[in-house]
Design a protein around this ligand. Sequence first.
Ligand SMILES: [Zn+2]
Length: 93
Amino acid sequence: MTNNVGIPSRCWCWKGIVTYVSKMEENPYRRFFRSEIGLKRKKEQHLFKWVDEALLDVIQRMHEQQSRMAKEIEDLRSSLKTVEEAVIEHKKS
Ligand SMILES: [Zn+2]
């Protein structure tokens, strides 16, 4: 299958992805992504993903990205401080 991390954009069959609402007893009203032809051709392995799980993937990825950005800001602050200190030292001499 193609990239199915987060919100899926395509099935391997290149058909669009549609969201449906589950009518299964064990997952009533739970939304899911499905390849457009997946519902008709159940024997083939077309894309299926629960919407809530896809959204959790997205949140997880955003969280990781935010952590990386926070680290970058921290590094930049620390280099800025080094530059500021060098400027102060330079002005003194
Ligand atoms: Zn498909």
